[in-house]
Design a protein around this ligand. Structure first.
Ligand code: SF4
Length: 215
């Protein structure tokens, strides 16, 4: 397999053929935000926050699943890209309830960090069916607060493809979609013990270590 040369934000980057734009940007030291991508695993392209402009393309493309091709011209921070990311973040904030500023389980909420970087304030959208779930504390290893979940599916992918445990999946449809264990059962210690890989990958604090086992 050969290499391809592309230009991202004016910078020449050479990557292996088959690399995505996101991987090429990383290789070139250019940061593109993403919530759903896990390095080394196949992309899911669900969060859309990694969109970029490619010369010749009428629409923005997801950088995590679009292959870099020879001579491609990519722009990662044009006004159109920034405006689109802001709306995506705002939509995510609409379904992400809870006070991350005061909640010790959400001290590293990447959604709020990105909202701050892009100067996205309180969301303007109203949801007819607000997604509220009480926090679950029954598992001694994982605390679930799905009101903070943005359905990026990273935990599901990490559980299935990295830990190879298949404990988590997405259940229901539309506004009722949520991360479930089994047939939407409590996260028992029989199903889920202490690999903690879902917590490591969750960008929002929806999955976190219970306070007593934090180190
Ligand atoms: S629990 Fe976390 S990692 Fe899983 S889908 Fe929700 S936000 Fe993403």
């Amino acid at each position: 397999m050969g290499n391809v040369n592309i230009i991202i934000d004016g910078k020449k980057v050479r990557v292996r053929e088959g690399s995505t734009i996101l991987e090429a940007a990383e290789a070139g030291g250019i940061t593109i935000p993403t919530f759903c991508n896990i390095k080394g695993l196949l992309p899911t392209g669900v969060c859309r926050v990694c969109v970029v402009e490619v010369q010749g393309s009428k629409t923005l493309v997801g950088s995590c699943h679009t292959p870099a091709t020879e001579g491609m011209l990519v722009f990662t921070r044009t006004p159109r890209v920034v405006a689109t990311r802001k709306v995506i973040v705002e939509l995510m904030l609409t379904g992400h309830s809870g006070d991350c500023v005061n909640d010790p389980n959400a001290e590293n909420c990447k959604l709020h960090n990105l909202a701050s970087d892009y100067e996205v304030g309180a969301p303007r959208f109203n949801v007819k069916t607000p997604r509220f779930y009480p926090a679950e504390e029954s598992n001694p290893y994982v605390r679930r607060d799905l009101s903070k979940c943005i359905l990026c599916r990273k935990c599901v992918k990490a559980c299935q493809d990295l830990a190879r445990k298949n404990v988590l999946s997405i259940g229901y449809r539309g506004f009722r979609s949520k991360v479930v264990s089994g047939f939407d059962e409590a996260l028992t210690t029989e199903a889920c013990r202490d690999c903690l890989i879902c917590i490591e990958h969750c960008p929002t604090g929806a999955l976190a270590k219970p306070v007593q086992i934090r180190v």
